[in-house]
Design a protein around this ligand. Sequence first.
Ligand code: FES
Ligand SMILES: [Fe+2]
Length: 360
Amino acid sequence: MFLRDEMFLRNAWYVAGWDAEVAGDTLLPRRLLGDDLVFFRGDDGAIVALEDRCCHRHAPLSKGQREGNRVRCMYHGLVFDASGRCVEVPGQERVPERLCVRSYPVVERDRLIWVWMGLPENAAAAAIPDAHWHDCANWSAERGGYIHYDSNVQLIADNLLDFSHLGFVHNKSIGTRKQGSVRPEVTFDDESVTVRFTTPDSPPPPFARELGALAERVDRFNFYVWHVRGNYFVQDSVIAPVGEGYESADPSTIKLHTFIALTPRDAQSTHYFWSTAHNDFRSTAPDLTRRLTAQVAHAFHEDREIIEAQQRSIAAAPGAPMAAIAADGTLLRVRRMLDAMLSREAQASHAPPAAEGALA
Ligand code: FES
Ligand SMILES: [Fe+2]
């Protein structure tokens, strides 16, 4: 296992932020996959994503000002439209075409801002993964979840694909020791992996005991899908009375939908956007959504602490070997999938253009 230098798929939809972050005259700077972008909402309501570097003398456009559907660089006053074209140079009549900044395809969906970091002609909004649960009538959730990670994205992805850490990193929050020894069912598709993890007849985890009204023994179902393209994780968790099953209609049954979107900031840091929606299960907690969100956030910070420490340890001894164990099988296979996808993307971007008149 190692950390690559160029490890990001560019032809992917990544979460760039929550919709509420871009409002009014805000010019939101955000570094994604090593690129500096600025996001703003035009008067027409549409979000615009541009390179955050003026083509004149490289002042950040995020230090400028929004004017309608455009942004003005507040160093020497160049104005750029939503396509990145410069449309005004103060004191100069003609605006040459070469005055432009890169613009990125952007879509607002399910309260999230999705940005396409690859070739614009490959951006198809239909490929954006489903994230509706935190914006849905039958579920309650707090939106806006965000963690900054001082770690390469791969270490966080590894952690999400590995349930063997639950009984150790999270033994005081969401995990139990028994989970550390249960083998999940794993199925692989071309660009995703589905993990089904069932823990029958075991004590409920600490957070469920605190917030729920379950008996002393429960069945747990944790099913999740990891989308390799775009680093998107969606988990469906059920904690039900023993024997009720995954579809349990018992009002004490806790059902949770969690999404985590990992967007690389650069090789050393990562944006972690998340939300956990619940099914309004029977609870004595008056402010259930806030408390549940705080519990999940606490568990995520437990992960962050160990992963950032791991990142520092790796950086201190680059290239030192790691010894694999059986529980690493899924994450190693996912890394191989990612390597293959990266190679295909690199080959496609270096492919020579088809010769004129060549047979298709
Ligand atoms: S640096 Fe932007 S106008 Fe000069
Ligand atoms: Fe974890």
